[in-house]
Design a protein around this ligand. Sequence first.
Ligand SMILES: CC(=O)N[C@H]1[C@@H](OP(=O)(O)OP(=O)(O)OC[C@H]2O[C@@H](n3ccc(=O)[nH]c3=O)[C@H](O)[C@@H]2O)O[C@H](CO)[C@@H](O)[C@@H]1O[C@H](C)C(=O)N[C@@H](C)C(=O)N[C@H](CCC(=O)O)C(=O)O
Ligand SMILES: Nc1ncnc2c1ncn2[C@@H]1O[C@H](COP(=O)(O)OP(=O)(O)OP(=O)(O)O)[C@@H](O)[C@H]1O
Ligand SMILES: N[C@H](CCC[C@H](N)C(=O)O)C(=O)O
Ligand SMILES: [Mg+2]
Length: 486
Amino acid sequence: MKLQELLKNIEPIQIVGDADVEVSGVNIDSRKIKEGHLFVAIKGTQVDGHQFISKALTLGAKSVLCEDMPEEKIEGVTYIQVASTEDAVGKVATLFYGDPSKKLKLVGVTGTNGKTTIATLLYNMFRKFGHKCGLLSTVCNYIEGEAIPADHTTPDPIELNMLLGKMVEAGCEYAFMECSSHAIAQKRIGGLEFAGGLFTNLTRDHLDYHKTFENYRNAKKAFFDGLPKTAFAITNADDKNGMIMVQNTKATVKTYSTRSMADFKARILECHFGGMYLEIDGREVGVQFIGKFNVSNLLAVYGAAVMLGKKPEDVLVVMSTLHSVNGRLEPIQSPEGYTAIVDYAHTPDALENVLNAIHEVLDGKGGEVITVCGAGGNRDKGKRPLMAQEAVKQSDKVIITSDNPRFEEPQDIINDMLAGLNAQQMKTVISIVDRKEAIRTACMLAKKGDVILVAGKGHEDYQEIKGVKHHFDDKEVLREIFGIDK
Ligand SMILES: CC(=O)N[C@H]1[C@@H](OP(=O)(O)OP(=O)(O)OC[C@H]2O[C@@H](n3ccc(=O)[nH]c3=O)[C@H](O)[C@@H]2O)O[C@H](CO)[C@@H](O)[C@@H]1O[C@H](C)C(=O)N[C@@H](C)C(=O)N[C@H](CCC(=O)O)C(=O)O
Ligand SMILES: Nc1ncnc2c1ncn2[C@@H]1O[C@H](COP(=O)(O)OP(=O)(O)OP(=O)(O)O)[C@@H](O)[C@H]1O
Ligand SMILES: N[C@H](CCC[C@H](N)C(=O)O)C(=O)O
Ligand SMILES: [Mg+2]
């Protein structure tokens, strides 16, 4: 593809060299450059990509998109200067991969919790409707059933557009993706045309990166600000930031709620460990999920499906066949008659919600709740004491353990969590650094009718310690203890 064509959606300040050259690839990482590539120099959080321009040229780059023009220019190389390469890269990459978002219906999901659940359920639902679909999510990416491992919740702009391009090639009509706040702030989704956007909720997370809650909220809101007029924006009217998200969007706004008047409404009629019986927009449906927050998630899925043109009654029929997403409120029964639940809750709010969901089902049945949880290293430290508090508030016993310590000392993270508890609360808490031992201890303590919540790692099959990912899978550990295969 010609460089000139790739530049049509950006406004270069200056072009030095021939814009009529052929471009064989676009890359933001000099280490991945091949002959004929365009190298985009981005000022990152760790290093300035401009310092790798000469390395990229050595590896064969023939053009450079940058903010600061290098003083020495190489003959035969084309240099394009723009005000912000971060802003330009998505717009350029998407053209390189054939403008895929215009060729399929792309729906983005943002918010603190529920993105993976909603995006995955939409993907599963639309495949059950018989459509070819793609999914970009924290757990795994999929192109019509083919799994492609995911490193991020939202891939970098190059990989993102490459994956969307492959979805178009595979004949996909729909793509569902998570839009993390990092990705929106870093404009990884720049240049994409969304058919719709969904907002789940907003609670504290990632303040290590965004610094203030307001910045975090604005990052999420920027997604809705950027939606086109043709799109829909579905927001959670039950969240206090729900209406703020859509206040400046050009898209058609729809609301969902489990409490008040909204375009899409639901209430719980009945609930047990196997699922719930719901009323959605006046129709009754049985679903294989538990927890109030899953009612919100299912409503968002319902709203999006209806906005994408599906009949409400057909949506509910398919919804009744959907089941829990990998590592999200996933129950495993012990032979002794207690239930272990593996969940990805890694924020105070998610812990509160998951424990609420467990109590809704336990209601009146007398079982105890034993929670095993930790907090990730090299992430927001402020949430640690709050997570311990949430765990203690709704559990009979708590075992504080390690999550992914990353480059921190596991005991330091545990101490930060314990600092949130008073002497009275400490009476129900023990700490065990080794996560497997912690799970084993919880199983020793559990009796028939009890529930063990193993929170924080959900689908993860590793534990990241000092830069190395060691195999670790909460579900596998539980099955081993229970002596069951799968
Ligand atoms: C803090 C953060 O989000 N960083 C992301 C960011 O990298 P960065 O700005 O730090 O990049 P950098 O390392 O300073 O490098 C700057 C530039 O120089 C380039 N470079 C660097 C070295 C070199 O030898 N050659 C070279 O060209 C880099 O490719 C980059 O373009 O842009 C990169 C490309 O998009 C991301 O891979 C990277 O994700 C890091 C690895 C990360 O861990 N991100 C996490 C926090 C994240 O994004 N999480 C969210 C989900 C969170 C959630 O909701 O739970 C996600 O979407 O996954
Ligand atoms: N709507 C919701 N409200 C509150 N908590 C939720 C909601 N949906 C899911 N959760 C809780 O949050 C956890 C993470 O859910 P999910 O993976 O769907 O969210 P996510 O937004 O994709 O998270 P991440 O940003 O880490 O990718 C779940 O394991 C569950 O405990
Ligand atoms: N996307 C989130 C996931 C956190 C999962 C939890 N297990 C942890 O390691 O903190 C992050 O990278 O912050
Ligand atoms: Mg996710």
